[in-house]
Each structure stands twice: as C-alpha cells, then as structure tokens.
Design a protein around this ligand. Structure first.
Ligand SMILES: Cc1ncc(COP(=O)(O)O)c(C=O)c1O
Length: 388
C-alpha cells in the first residue's frame, strides 16, 4: 500500500481485496482443513496451487498475514492460534542445541517459561539480561550467541529497550534479533524499521480488541528468515482459527482509534494515581519520571492503555477489599480489549537480573474505552473502601 497514506487510512485497506469476492468488502470467513488439487500434476509440482493444506495457509490466513507483514514493513508473516505460539516458533526456528540465547529480564512470564522449561530441554543456554542494557549487550554476546530477544516496553513495569543500540551490536556479530511487539501492536513502533529481524505480536490484545480473539503472528524481515520461521511454524503444527482471523481483520480497522482513546485515558488515570497517598509509584511510559521515558519518546509514535501502580503495603484483607470493590476493573489476565481490566503482577519475583525488592502489591491496569471520569470515580470509591 502506498506510503502516501497515513496509518489510519492504511488500516482500512490492509488485507482485503473486494474484487476477489464479487465486491464483498471484507474477506469472507473461510472454514477449511482440506483443499482440493486440480489434478495429479498440480499435486506433484504444487504449480498453480496457491494453498495445499489449510493449516499451512488458506485465503483468510493469507489476508491477515499479508496485512500484518505490510503494517510491520516486513517480507511475510506467519500466524497461529495464540500470541505465545509465534514466540515459541520464532525461538525454536533460530536456535539449536548448544546455542546461547540472550533474553530480556522484563519478559512476559509465559515466555520465560518457554525458555526455562522448553528450550532448556534442547540444550540451549539462556542468559537473561537487564532490559536497560542498550549497547552494553556487546559484552554479553559470545561465539555461540544465536538470538537476542527483546520485549519493549517490558511486561508489568514497561522498560523501553534501546532497540537501535542492541540491533547495532547484534548485526556487528551476525546475531538474529527478535522482539515481542505486542505493546505497540504493529502501529506504535516498527521493529523491522530499526533492523530487528523478527517482529512478534499477540493479536489477542489490541488487534482483536474485544476480548474474544486468540491469535498471534510473527513477521520476518527477509525471504530467507521467513523460510526458516515458516518451516518451524509448520513443524510445530501451529495454525490460526478462521473465526479469529476474521475478527482480527475487523479489529484492525478501528485499532488505532481504540489505542488512542485508551492512551489518553490511561495517562489521566496514571496522573491521578500519582496524587494518591495509597500509591507508592506509578509506571507509565508517558510519565516523565518513568526510567525509560526518553527512549519511548525518541522511538515510539504513541502510548497505549497500560499502566501499573505499586500499592502501599497493606494486609491482604485490605488489598482484597480494594480490588473487590472495583466495579469497572474486573480481574483478567489480558489487556487491549474495549474494557478496563486489572491484574495483580504476582510474577515479579521471577526477575533474575534486576531483582524486584519492592514491598506492596504491584497492580497492572488496562484502561479501556469507558468514560475516564467514571473509571477514576470507581478507583476513588475503591480507595475509600481500602481505607475504611
Ligand atoms: C506482551 C505479551 N506477549 C504475548 C502475549 C501472549 O498472548 P496470548 O495470550 O494470545 O498467548 C501476551 C499476553 O498477555 C503479552 O502480554
């Protein structure tokens, strides 16, 4: 799609071709496992047969993957049934026994589990690094380093990594870089434009946007890297569900508006929380006191609806009263939907490099599309219950 258009416009066009479907605006839901070959010759040569088996690809996955590759500025994408599956596939595609993996410490906890439980079984050496390391990553790169993995901003406390500095060191040593780009969902940051080889995203979050899609994708920068990724993706039997692809394509059209709304509201909530006595600290990339605010401002085009806050130390029953009193922040292990959510960040103890020694519960909020003053009033009444 032409670069002359702004991203809002591009998002209305990506991954659809009405001419292919008698003018139907959105690609129809394709429910398929088996595809019929024209004849023996096409079966044997695959020539003239775009799709051979639906879990390797079919028209709807093709529309979604084309859209995401275009949005992220890459060669081609793979998609599958969760946000975690392209993370596993990407790591397994570019690592082999004896390799060394550099993994950022502020990682999404299930990715840590993939490393510590799954990759370890295959004799891969995993070394966690401080997400704020920047160019000093050079000191950790060894002969056997095959992959540097980033997630930026990091989960829970949103450390923004110096991606250009890390990529520069990786390229100098021929190391593959990959990044979980879910926070930016393909719009707020473009890893491939900064030289990252593989950009990964859970479409379950902002792309789906309505808490009813399980989907993920990874975009490769070159034909060669795509081939390597795709082979492992197929070997792992990863494939997306048709309904989820269809809903994700729909979600793309409004994603930017939803993110912008959430961004504005989240910042207002974050500033309001900063003024509360019950709150020790607020973590939001757009707050000037966030440790990596300057890198975020330099590299990202905007923020989203995520923030965390450290509640004052309090007895468990008091914390329970606070969380249970909230009417507009149900507890949920996700984010990026139309609704606000709360999730206690209980996995901070797993951080290896920069130990989490804070006292008090760390709580992550996703600020959704509700009226922001209603959200603040809800937090306010819950704090009254906390203090009662
Ligand atoms: C940063 C990040 N990456 C990946 C995922 C995985 O997505 P899914 O839940 O679809 O597997 C999540 C889910 O919370 C996430 O927050």
């Amino acid at each position: 799609m032409s670069k002359k258009y702004k991203e809002e416009t591009i998002l209305t066009k990506l991954g659809r071709d009405p001419a292919e479907y008698y003018g139907v605006m959105n690609p129809p839901l394709v429910q398929a496992s088996t595809l019929e070959y024209k004849n023996l010759e096409t079966y044997e040569t695959k020539k003239g047969q775009k799709f051979t088996y639906a879990n390797i690809g079919h028209p709807l996955s093709d529309h979604f993957e084309t859209a995401m590759a275009e949005l992220e500025g890459g060669h081609k994408a793979v998609s599958s049934s969760t946000g975690l599956s392209p993370i596993t596939a990407s790591l397994m595609a570019f690592l082999k026994a004896g390799d060394h993996l550099l993994m950022c410490d502020s990682i999404y906890p299930p990715t840590r589990s993939v490393c510590d439980r799954l990759l370890k079984k295959f004799d891969i050496e995993i070394e966690y690094y401080d997400s704020l390391i920047g160019a000093d990553i050079r000191d950790l790169i060894k002969e056997s380093t095959a992959v540097i993995y980033m997630e930026s901003p990091g989960s829970a406390t949103f450390e923004v990594q110096d991606v250009p500095a890390i990529v520069k060191e990786a390229k100098a040593r021929g190391v593959i870089t990959m990044m979980d780009n879910t926070w930016a969902s393909g719009v707020l940051f473009k890893p491939l434009e900064h030289g990252v080889n593989i950009s990964i995203c859970a479409a379950t979050k902002y792309i789906g946007g309505h808490a009813d899609v399980n989907l993920g994708y990874a975009v490769a920068d070159t034909a060669e890297n795509y081939k390597q990724l795709k082979k492992t993706h197929v070997d792992l039997g990863h494939c997306p569900g048709s309904q989820d692809l269809s809903l994700a394509l729909r979600g793309l059209r409004t994603m930017k508006l939803r993110i912008e709304h959430s961004e504005k509201s989240a910042l207002k909530v974050a500033k309001w929380l900063q003024g509360r006595d019950e709150v020790q600290r607020v973590y939001h990339v757009a707050l000037p006191d966030h440790p990596t605010h300057d890198i975020w401002k330099r590299d990202f085009s905007g923020g989203n609806g995520l923030l965390s806050f450290l509640l004052e130390e309090a007895p468990k029953e008091q914390i329970n009263k606070f969380i249970d009193a909230l009417e507009l922040f149900p507890i949920g292990s996700s984010w990026g939907g139309y609704m606000s959510l709360l999730q206690p960040q209980t996995e901070m103890a797993f951080r290896r490099v920069v130990k989490w020694n804070e006292k008090g519960m760390l709580i992550r909020l996703h600020v959704g599309l509700e009226d922001v003053d209603d959200l603040i009033a809800d937090l306010d009444q819950a704090f009254r219950v906390f203090n009662s």
